[in-house]
Design a binder for this molecule. Structure first.
Ligand code: HEC
Ligand code: HEC
Length: 274
């Protein structure tokens, strides 16, 4: 016992120091080269499935993160490697310092072997038709694209760079049920602001909306028409928060299959300013 305890302390100190030192190592500038031998690709697949698939989809076709099918061909292996090791600041794509240059090369090698399921999914629709569906179905009442529209829902200017087509389709069919898997998105407030709230006043009126702000005494919600409602908590009968419900209507029964395909193609084409 006498010997073991100092040993444990020493081991712990070593561990803490070692991990602190690791965090301080400047980013390794060695360019990543895709490793494409069958063994490397098999290893890359394992690493991809464990580290990336929850956001980028098991087949790389995207989910609440974008599709990576074709990324190495489009961006270059070194750039994809730099994104993996350094992340994209200010987005859900964090740095994966846990992968060394060799392992990153194996992941890039595996990405090069992926099929094109996301492209096939997008190709089912017509972007121009999708844009007119968007403009005629009231989407802009709740969403902003390049500065235009209303803000009850998240901005969609870059939604095609941030999300895969299957996620976009699910968002239209079952609003509110599909929230990002991405750890941290909720904490960063991106989606907590769209929390669905049902308020019943003392005289029995009820109002539904998304939460705009709340403290111990009051809550402000915004209804589907974009009107704000402020309530003092002591003046209401009930404030019910319902995750999984949304002010966004489901378009499951109001859009035809081809209109849905068009809308998914249009949303997937929204990649920001460029
Ligand atoms: C927690 C979710 C998450 C995980 C895990 C994750 N990513 Fe990402 N990744 C994203 C998001 C979100 C974006 C889009 C960022 C943006 O531009 O807004 C992205 C973007 C990228 C891009 C740029 C795509 C392009 O074509 O511009 C690459 C490459 C990428 N990720 C690779 C990976 C790899 C490889 C892994 C595993 C080592 C990984 N990501 C793990 C969420 C994630
Ligand atoms: C009454 C307001 C409202 C209308 C109308 C509406 N949305 Fe939404 N939308 C929201 C809200 C709020 C969310 C946030 C998440 C949730 O509640 O599902 C959302 C989420 C989304 C998302 C997911 C965004 C992401 O980054 O995860 C997409 C895509 C989307 N809407 C597209 C559309 C399209 C296309 C239309 C028209 C066909 C539409 N919405 C109509 C309020 C609306």
């Amino acid at each position: 016992m006498k010997v073991i305890r100092p040993l444990c302390v020493a081991a712990l100190a070593f561990f803490v120091l070692a991990s602190a030192a690791k965090a301080q190592i400047p980013r390794d500038p060695t360019p990543v080269v895709a490793k494409t031998s069958p063994e490397d690709v098999a290893m890359g697949k394992k690493l991809y499935e464990a580290t990336c698939s929850k956001c980028h989809g098991i087949d790389g076709g995207g989910s609440d993160g974008p599709s990576l099918q074709g990324s190495p061909e489009r961006l270059g292996d070194a750039e994809v490697g730099a994104i993996i090791r350094g992340g994209i600041p200010g987005t859900g794509m964090t740095a994966f310092g846990s992968l060394n240059v060799e392992e990153t090369g194996q992941v890039v090698g595996y990405l090069r072997t992926l099929g094109r399921t996301a492209d096939a999914e997008i190709a089912k629709g017509d972007i121009g038709q999708g844009k007119s569906v968007y403009e005629t179905r009231g989407c802009a009442g709740c969403h902003i694209i390049r500065g235009e529209g209303g803000g009850a829902g998240p901005e969609l200017t870059r939604v095609g760079a941030m999300r895969g087509p299957t996620y976009l389709r699910a968002a239209l069919l079952a609003p509110g049920t599909i929230l990002p898997q991405e750890a941290g998105a909720m904490e960063r407030g991106r989606f907590t602001q769209f929390l669905f709230v049902h308020v019943v006043t003392k005289d029995g009126h009820s109002v539904d909306g998304t939460r705009v702000s709340e403290n111990s005494f009051a809550i402000v919600i915004k209804d589907a028409a974009g009107r704000f409602h402020a309530f003092k908590k002591r003046d209401v009968q009930k404030v019910e928060k319902i995750p999984g419900k949304s002010v966004m209507p489901s378009f499951k029964d109001t859009l035809s299959a081809s209109q849905l395909d068009d809308l998914v193609a249009y949303l997937a084409s929204l990649k920001g300013a460029q």
